[in-house]
Design a binder for this molecule. Structure first.
Ligand code: NDP
Ligand code: 2IT
Length: 449
């Protein structure tokens, strides 16, 4: 097993996020490999960690000043063992092959856990949407799709949103795809309601994460009622995490963005959340604007020289990291534990470093890793694909009911797989083992492809 990891590290030495994601899965599935010696002969690890296809392309576009800009675009088609490649697009200056390969790798197992027929992929660009005009974003999306369209399709690869890609970007991407192919199909998810989108898709990741947290708490006969919660990020996932937490009677005291975080001792209520949504989604402003409207709250600028994030130092019962990868390190995790945190449910992908994860597991808190707890987003994307294929739309209650059932079934399969492999209560082991087995079984059925 460690040979496989070393091989990957030697082959692509710079891809540290990818190595991190692979290492966690390989460590979890070691007992599965021990019980199934044929996996080594079939080189399962070498195959499952090697993308089926990696596409990298140039994206030239013209900014509002008439200057030519050139960005890099990617699509990682990781695995089609159980369905068409499926996963989001990220537009952020940090985007590179390592980050997209880690996200695509995680997506394979996450999608397997949803019970829906979706393979795994991820894509995006190092384009920075911050400070760009609407026209610039449209021109960029159009140029991005002018290359991507030849690689994707409703039965081949179905992208969606992620950091920096929301409803606006999906609209521009879809428009160009339709024009190039002369086809109105479900090639992207996260579409607007009036042209093929699904109800609850915008809410799905955040709602799903809170449903997963409720399931975890239920194993200890507890609920979210009255729990004090830390939430990071203030984008799509964070906003709907807060919305659902409020509906279930919890109190949320933090939100953040890449510049800093706000702490509101009185709690972020529905009215304040509506303000955050307006601030972030319509004005495209910073979370620091929160304290201008609510001056009793405290804004703290991010200090990159600190080796910990003060957001995680506030005493609370539950934490919902919903911004980005590696936002909780070992020091942050130790502080969460020192303050008696009882639950961490990851809305973001890989927000906890390996040191942080070890600390959660040693202290036996309820810890939902992203590939289980944030699977609600892609699950409702899968439901959007189903509705597109049937050419009809389910009502809100129907989609929400299915989302809740899916999160419950992910929780159950994590618990059962962890128990079966002698690690009761370890959702990391449970999620990795259950996702891995489903994908590997499909690979074995389909022969050496
Ligand atoms: P958004 O772009 O809507 O919001 C991202 C939020 O995270 C913003 O508040 C952003 O701040 C902050 N953020 C982004 N990058 C960094 C960074 N490098 N350091 C600190 N803060 C940062 O994205 P989403 O809410 O969709 O995604 C958040 C996380 O959830 C990601 O990890 C994503 O992969 C994951 N996820 C998303 C799903 C979805 O359906 N959208 C599904 C499952 C997981 P700023 O405004 O300053 O950029
Ligand atoms: O990380 C993720 O699961 C997503 N960004 C959502 C992917 C999707 O296809 O809906």
């Amino acid at each position: 097993m460690l040979d496989a990891l070393q091989f990957i590290k030697d082959r692509d030495p710079g891809q540290k996020e990818f190595h991190q994601a692979v290492q966690e899965v390989l460590e979890s599935v070691k007992p599965v490999l021990d019980r199934n010696p044929e996996y080594a002969r079939m080189r399962i690890l070498e195959r499952i960690t090697e993308p089926e296809r990696v596409i990298q392309f140039r994206i030239p576009w013209m900014d509002d000043a008439g200057q030519v800009q050139v960005n890099r675009g990617f699509r990682i088609e990781m695995s089609s063992a159980i369905g068409p490649y499926k996963g989001g697009l990220r537009f952020h200056p940090s985007v590179n092959l390592s980050i997209l390969k880690f996200l695509a790798f995680e997506q394979v197992f996450k999608n397997a856990l949803t019970t829906l027929p979706m393979g795994g992929g991820k894509g995006g660009s190092d384009f920075d949407p911050k400070g760009k005009s609407d026209t610039e974003v449209m021109h960029f999306c159009q140029s991005f799709m002018m290359e991507l369209f030849r690689h994707i399709g409703p039965n081949t690869d179905v992208p969606a949103g992620d950091i920096g890609v929301g409803g606006r970007e999906i609209g521009y991407l879809f428009g160009m795809y339709k024009r190039l192919r002369n086809e109105f199909t479900g090639v992207l998810t996260g579409k607007s309601l009036s042209w093929g989108g699904s109800l609850i898709r915008p809410e799905a990741t955040g709602y799903g994460c809170v449903y997963f947290a409720s399931e975890m708490l239920a194993t200890r006969n507890d609920t979210l009622q009255g729990k004090v919660c830390l939430v990071s990020g203030s984008g799509n996932v964070a906003q709907y995490t807060v919305e659902k937490l409020l509906q279930l009677g919890a109190k949320v005291i933090t939100l953040s963005d890449s510049s800093g975080y706000i702490y509101d001792e009185e709690g972020i209520d529905a009215e304040k959340l509506a303000y955050v949504m307006q601030l972030k989604n319509i004005k495209r402003a910073r979370i620091s604007g929160y304290v201008e409207k609510y001056p009793h709250a405290v804004y703290t600028e991010l200090d990159p020289t600190l080796d910990c994030n003060p957001l995680w130092a506030h005493p609370a019962d539950c934490a919902f990291p919903s911004a980005t990868e590696n936002e909780i390190n070992g020091r942050d995790a130790a502080r969460l534990i020192a303050n008696n945190i009882m639950l961490v449910a990851e809305g973001a992908n890989m927000p906890s470093t390996p040191e942080a994860v070890d600390i959660y597991l040693e202290n036996r808190i309820l810890y939902g890793p992203g590939k289980a707890s944030n699977a609600g987003g892609v699950a409702v994307s899968g439901l959007e694909m189903s509705q597109n294929s049937m050419r009809l739309n389910w009502p809100r209650e129907e989609v929400d009911r299915r989302l809740r059932e899916i999160m419950k079934s992910i929780h159950t399969v994590c618990v059962e797989s962890a128990e079966k492999y002698n690690q009761p209560g370890n959702y990391v082991a449970g999620a990795n083992i259950a996702g891995f087995l489903k994908v590997v079984n499909a690979m074995q059925d389909q022969g050496l492809v």
